[in-house]
Design a protein around this ligand. Structure first.
Ligand code: THU
Length: 139
């Protein structure tokens, strides 16, 4: 994908991150999910005093898209930014649960775009989640 598309999506992820609710970890994550028609759905992490009820930014973005548009499976890429406080400090790799949710709705070529404040790294979903458990297993 074009570098400008990566940069635009990262900007949207930064914008989404402003709404992160992370009073416990202070680790704020923003995600921007790109669909094939160019629409973008955003998400930020939402924590809870009962820690396990926390939801990651990536899953919020997916559930935002699916709850608005139904079961669409034309997702192209997601940009993720994260870090403590207001700073984007490191490459915020998606957690295992988020990778699994991505695999439910995305192809192996789905791109995961990470930005640490300086550099961009791009990964294919198949490389971050090889040998995935999927609907095929339970048919
Ligand atoms: N977090 C995400 O939003 N996405 C991930 O993929 C990993 C972790 C959030 C959850 C929690 O609010 C904070 O980062 C620290 O774990």
């Amino acid at each position: 994908m074009d570098n400008q598309i990566y940069l635009d999506l990262i900007e949207k992820a930064k914008y989404a991150r402003v709404n992160a609710y992370a009073p416990y970890s202070n680790y704020k994550v923003g995600a921007a999910l790109l669909c094939s028609d160019g629409s973008i759905y955003k998400g930020a992490n939402i924590e809870n005093s009962a820690y396990s009820e926390t939801v990651c930014a990536e899953r919020v973005a997916f559930y935002n898209a699916i709850s608005k548009e139904g079961d669409r499976r034309d997702f192209k890429a997601i940009a993720i930014v994260g870090g403590k406080g207001t700073k984007i400090s490191d490459f915020a790799f998606p957690c295992g649960a988020c990778r699994q949710v991505m695999s439910e709705f995305c192809s192996e070529k789905f791109e995961i775009i990470l930005y640490n404040g300086n550099d961009i790294e791009v990964y294919a979903l198949k490389d971050l989640l090889p040998n995935v458990f999927s609907a095929k297993n339970i048919k």
